[in-house]
Design a protein around this ligand. Sequence first.
Ligand SMILES: NC(=O)c1ccc[n+]([C@@H]2O[C@H](COP(=O)([O-])OP(=O)(O)OC[C@H]3O[C@@H](n4cnc5c(N)ncnc54)[C@H](OP(=O)(O)O)[C@@H]3O)[C@@H](O)[C@H]2O)c1
Length: 348
Amino acid sequence: MNKIEVGILGATGMVGQHFIRFLDGHPWFRLTWLGASERSAGKRYSEAAKWHLGGLAPDEIAGLTVEEAKPGNAPQLLFSAMDASVATEIEQAFARAGHVVVSNSRNHRMDRDVPLLVPEINPDHLKLIPGQQRARGWKGQIVTNPNCSTVVLTMGLGPLKQFGITRVIATTLQAISGAGYPGVPSMDIVGNVIPFIGSEEEKMQQETQKILGNFAGDHVEPLAAKVSAHCNRVPVVDGHTVTVSVEFSSQPTEADLRNAFETFSSVPQQRDLPSAPKRPVQYMPEADRPQPRKDAERERGMAAFIGRLRPCPVFDWKFVALGHNTIRGAAGAAVLNAELMHSEGLLD
Ligand SMILES: NC(=O)c1ccc[n+]([C@@H]2O[C@H](COP(=O)([O-])OP(=O)(O)OC[C@H]3O[C@@H](n4cnc5c(N)ncnc54)[C@H](OP(=O)(O)O)[C@@H]3O)[C@@H](O)[C@H]2O)c1
């Protein structure tokens, strides 16, 4: 199979580096183009970017010249890890010029005509794309993945949607890698908890309702459930933990919920997409799991781990969910989105 050439917008940043690492050796996609700001353009990648991840940037990437993030010679499929202050204009310019932009940035996630995808939960929201192209007069398109804590919450709630979710309270314990580089000052986070992450609670609440909502022609009807998020930064390197209390309109038993988690499988698994975890939602029966250091990297960081399902005296049930924030919550999420799109013929 001839691989599809892909590029990264924002390749020098923290998420850009996760894209480079996640795409290394990908069976369908070959990374050939790197875009960043004019500060980096014209330099070799190894000179333009300070590599923050373990190991080194792959040799063939380290030697590529970074380009300015402007349409021109970029491949059709672009992953975006652009700084949010510039992502709106740059991503739209590429979509207008006919590119498929699979974005990790927050800028377009809540646009009415832009899919906000978790491929296992709402693959049908890709049906928004024809309307997006018509309304905006674009040959290209923009598709997004959620905020890193929202992915974990929606992978935990998705299998339970069948029971009629009415209210959710979700409290996060979010890893410091989610703040990028240099991120939170060490004096603030070592031995400490910071009970505030700017705009994170609003993003989790709104994005969850959109992802769990229903495709309705030219838009998504959000899930009519109340979602309340409490977001906290904790001294963990990788892996966001979310504790969840949920109320249902029906009365599922513990066995119903356990069965829903344990048997959950969806389109990416049926199509055997390269980055799809074999079991996207894994229930851990141990009393003290999941834990970020022990579990976040399992399944290449692409699965959500659930545990501690028990009755909630306020709502109906409560449980813990865990996912890898920079893989399933960023680069891996976008790559799986592109694989889903390819499997639908949207990259042809
Ligand atoms: N960090 C995370 O874990 C995480 C998780 C989920 C989502 N996100 C989102 O992903 C995006 C990237 O986050 P990050 O942490 O990787 O940020 P970052 O490290 O600051 O990287 C930002 C990237 O944007 C480029 N850029 C900045 N200004 C530009 C301009 N005027 N024109 C063209 N390119 C420009 C930078 O290029 P230069 O190096 O040339 O300046 C760099 O490649 C953000 O929208 C963020 O909200 C981040």
